[in-house]
Design a protein around this ligand. Structure first.
Ligand code: PEP
Ligand code: MG
Length: 929
């Protein structure tokens, strides 16, 4: 594994780009610049830009992402990369007047990853490279600090061992912990130089044992191996996972930054820290950050020691503090965005190690954008693009309802990511995944850890909230949860987390797995027990201001999927401009309605069925009236019954068991069975023997092998026209009644799952007929439309024909994705993780619209439908209606509206505005060109 340079011929035969591979920065000049993120990655571009701006940046060079892509393609890199790297190394050595790991003043370097998009902690870093048995002696002599030198060397062996040689971290931890015990050391810093020398000797044995080789003493060999390991780390599982959830392409590759080391752990005039030019949680204009004196590199972000607020630096080193403020203010002005920076102070001298646009919460994003417009840094048009549509969810996140239970604050940590979370404690990411469940079996869990690491990402994703006892606002837990828009309390130091015994101790109390706690991510409080949560108000004045700038661009209307008045009211408050999908089946599940619904299904003749439907009619009418009232003046799309009827009946297998055991059970069990089946017409224990087999026989009749492709959608309304009749009557009677009270109603009756013109015509005829009847009876007319969902490929293919009868289309992209791919929407998770991991699919097509396939059908159906009916109203009401990328596509195709769940309305509004604004404004990365 010493060097993985691939044979030159193999790579030169492929189209090698003319571009150079290695970009130097140092001595006040850089080969690259801040615009070259594609090649240099975010970190490399930032280092180049800062160098060019004359800032104090330790010199070095960036090996560009193309080398990583080559590495992925060929398992090695070309000799040209090696050649350019060696040249750059020589330049660095000359500039510094040092040799890598050589001489009496050895050059040491860091080797870090840096992709185009920041992936905090996902890939690997190696510090202190260049140290070996000899240079460590020189370092000790020069720094007059043998402990520091030994500590740097043992860190290198440890990092190199785990990252490059892939030795489990625990092998090194065991050695270190053992040494601490042996020396009765409490803290790492309690181990002296001699003890650390012993650790180094032990570490070398670990390397020998696990890697079957010596720790490389040749600094150049170290560099080549480290570089290749960083390239490989692009492909590690956690990096892949991070890219998947953040929608970053696997093909980009990472750059590698090799940079002269500066030391924050040289003593009390050295330190290291990270910061933001504004508060990343609230957006407040304040200098924000954390640092540790006498510490190195990852100590701050890794959350191992809890750092102190950056304002303390002003007291300790006022000059350095002022210089840092001055530099970071300049950086913010230069980049015209909030900066997230890293710095190191070596012997009282400040060095900038990184700057990049800082990640922030949704609230902070809105506030910073507005402030920057006020400050004249950016334009209003740019401000629209400074907020990710999904981030607006932050404005809708709940708070804790403090009146719902006694509030016993167990501890207060840092308000790392806002919102509230109430859930059951779990102590590991795997447990979180196990306990969180999915679908109807979803369980709220809170992941409690001493600190999180990138390995915990899968658990963090399923947890409703994260609590850590260590680490600051820039710890892994804080940064990642803010990105996820998930509540997090970090660094709650009073809490003692023991991940081995799975216990959390605080204030003399012990909490174990499954205990309930409540987190307030906005104040950092950890509260005992299960509080209720309060809905957030979306009327934040800053949010309204930003939306006021964005909205004039928007062409797509945004509607909501809502079935009950409460949701409709909520959606309207979030800015919904109508209901795009009211799933009427949800209305039948109400307690009073379900017995009649079941009676309707069990009826074996039309008369009985009509009798049951008659009972349902007034209830449906009342439901519809409530929704119409809530949406006064706006269109309401009501879909006729869609799901297969067996969904309203008991499970076949359960029923079989109850029948089989009926003769053996006693009176109490029989009573329970009567209660269980009373909605199916069972009145007493005496009925059970006859009624249950009759029920089973109906369940058998309705049983389908593939219900999603079965007796559902318009097929139900065609085989039982009286259902459509009843629903149409309920819709029009409600519409007429409500309109008489002055409410403006615009019902749009939607027929599901059509695939032929005749299906559509059949159902449209019923709806129009019933409308005429109701309007005649009531002597009042209301405007209405009859349209269809397009959710089968055939419907898209014959959309021109269907449009003869359908006055509007709404793409049911849940079913359309299911039927286009042939993936069962309920079972796809058996396949999807592998497909995503293998890169067969880039994204979950049920979450992000598949533009190439399903999108083509949408485009075609829209065009064909409008050929027949130029004023055809076209929308989308599948889950994709609230996904920003899918919304953008809907805008591009020229749909009239998107419809999504109420909580995504705000997101869809901004996404639609951004999509339209980018037609007229030339925008790149949140900046108008
Ligand atoms: C759809 O299929 O996209 C849709 C909205 O309908 P449902 O999810 O109810 O099948
Ligand atoms: Mg559907």
């Amino acid at each position: 594994m010493a060097t993985t340079t691939a044979p030159e011929t193999e790579i030169t035969m492929r189209n090698r780009p003319a571009a150079k591979y290695v970009y130097f920065f140092g001595g006040g000049r850089a080969d690259g610049n801040g615009k070259m993120k594609d090649e240099l990655g975010g970190k490399g571009a930032g280092l180049a830009e800062m160098t060019n701006a004359g800032l104090p940046v330790p010199p070095g060079f960036t090996i560009q992402t193309e080398a990583c892509r080559e590495y992925m393609r060929h398992g090695g890199i070309s000799q040209e990369v090696d050649r350019e790297m060696n040249e750059a190394l020589q330049r660095l050595e000359e500039l510094q007047g040092q040799g890598l790991g050589k001489g009496d003043n050895p050059l040491l370097v860091s080797v870090r990853s840096g992709a185009k998009f920041s992936m905090p902690g996902m890939m690997d870093t190696i510090l202190n490279l260049g140290l070996n048995d000899e240079s460590v002696e020189e370092l000790a002599r020069r720094s007059k600090n043998p402990r520091f030198a030994a500590d740097s060397y043992r860190r290198l062996i440890q990092m190199f061992g785990s990252v490059v040689l892939e030795i489990p971290k625990s092998a090194f931890d065991e050695v270190f912990d053992h040494k601490k015990k042996q020396k009765k050391a409490k803290l790492d810093t309690d181990l002296d130089a001699r003890a650390l020398d012993e650790v180094i000797a032990e570490y070398k044995k670990v390397v020998r044992k696990h890697a079957k080789r010596e720790f490389p003493q040749d600094p150049h060999e170290q560099l080549v191996m480290a570089r290749d390991a960083v390239f490989r780390s692009w492909q590690n599982e956690r990096a892949k996972h991070y890219r998947r959830i953040n929608n970053i392409s696997d093909d980009l590759g990472t750059a590698v930054n090799v940079q002269a080391m500066v030391f924050g752990n040289l003593g009390e005039t050295s330190g290291t820290g990270v910061g933001f030019t504004r508060n990343p949680a609230t957006g407040a204009k304040e200098f924000y950050g954390e640092f540790l004196m006498n510490a190195q590199g990852e100590d701050v972000v890794a959350g191992i020691r809890t750092p102190v607020h950056i304002s303390e630096l002003e007291k300790i080193m006022p000059q350095v503090y002022n210089q840092l403020r001055e530099i970071t203010t300049r950086l913010e002005k230069h980049y015209r965005d909030m900066q997230d920076f890293e710095f190191t102070i070596q012997d009282g001298k400040l060095y900038m190690l990184q700057t990049r646009n800082g990640k922030r919460t949704g609230r902070a994003a809105v506030r910073v954008a507005i402030q920057m417009v006020d400050e004249g840094l950016i334009t209003k048009e740019e401000a629209i693009f400074r907020v990710e549509p999904n981030q607006l969810y932050d404005f809708l996140v709940p708070g804790l309802d403090e009146k719902s239970a006694k509030v016993e604050v167990l501890a207060t940590g840092l308000p790392a990511s806002p919102g509230a979370a109430v859930g059951q404690i779990v102590f590991s990411a795997d447990e979180a995944v196990d306990k969180a469940g999915s679908g109807a079996k979803k369980n709220p869990v809170i992941l409690v850890r001493a600190e999180t690491t990138p390995e915990d990402i899968h658990g963090m994703e399923v947890a409703v909230g994260i609590l850590t006892s260590r680490g600051g606002m820039t710890s892994h837990a804080a940064v990642v949860t803010r990105g996820m828009g998930k509540c997090c309390v970090a660094g709650a130091g009073d809490i003692e987390v023991n991940e081995k015994t799975r216990e959390m101790r605080v204030r003399g109390q012990v909490f174990t797995e499954g205990d309930w706690i409540s987190l307030d991510g906005t104040t950092g409080r950890v509260i005992k027990g299960k509080l209720k949560t309060l809905e957030a108000k979306p009327d934040d004045p800053e949010l309204l201001k930003l939306m006021g700038w964005a909205e004039p661009f928007r062409k797509l209307k945004v509607r909501a999927n809502a079935d009950i008045p409460r949701d409709a009211i909520q959606a309207r408050a979030f800015g919904a401009e109508g209901i795009g999908l009211c799933r009427t089946e949800h209305m039948f599940f109400g307690e009073k309605k379900i017995p009649h619904m079941r009676a309707m299904i069990l009826a074996d003749n039309e008369k009985d069925r009509r009798a049951a439907l008659k009972k349902l009619l007034p209830m449906q009418r009342a439901d519809f009236a409530g929704v119409f009232e809530a949406m006064d003046g706006l269109p309401v799309t009501i879909r006729t019954l869609d799901p297969p009827l067996h969904e309203f009946l008991p499970r076949r297998e359960e029923l079989m068991v109850d029948i089989a055991t009926l003769s053996t059970v006693g009176a109490a069990e029989k009573k329970a069975l009567v209660a269980k089946y009373k909605d199916y017409g069972v009145k007493g224990a005496g009925d059970l023997k006859k009624a249950l087999p009759a029920l089973l026989s109906r369940v058998e009749q309705l049983h389908e092998f593939n219900p999603m492709l079965g007796h559902r959608g318009c097929r139900l309304g065609i085989t039982y026209p009286e259902i459509t009749e009843m629903q149409a009557r309920a819709i029009f009677e409600a519409a007429v009644t409500v309109s008489r009270s002055g409410v403006k109603v615009h019902p749009e009756v939607m027929i599901p799952l059509t695939s032929t013109l005749k299906e559509m015509a059949n159902q449209a005829e019923i709806v129009h007929r019933v409308a005429r009847e109701v309007f005649g009876e009531k002597e009042t007319t209301v405007p209405y439309l009859v349209g269809t969902m397009i959710e089968l490929p055939r419907a898209a293919l014959v959309a021109d024909e269907i449009a003869r009868e359908a006055q509007f289309f709404s793409f049911g992209t849940n079913d359309l994705t299911q039927t286009t791919f042939g993936f069962s929407r309920d079972d796809v998770n058996k396949v999807l993780p592998t497909y995503l991991a293998e890169g067969i699919l880039k994204q979950d097509p049920f979450a992000v619209l598949d533009r190439e396939g399903v999108g083509q059908l949408i485009r075609m159906a829209t065009e064909r439908g409008r050929k027949t009916r130029p004023d055809l109203k076209v929308g989308i009401c599948g889950e994709h209606g609230g996904d920003p990328s899918s919304v953008e596509f809907c805008h591009q195709v020229g749909l009239n509206y998107v419809s999504c769940s109420p909580f995504r309305v705000l997101t869809a509004r901004l996404a639609a505005a951004q999509a339209a604004a980018s037609d007229t404004l030339k925008v790149e990365g949140g900046r108008t060109k």
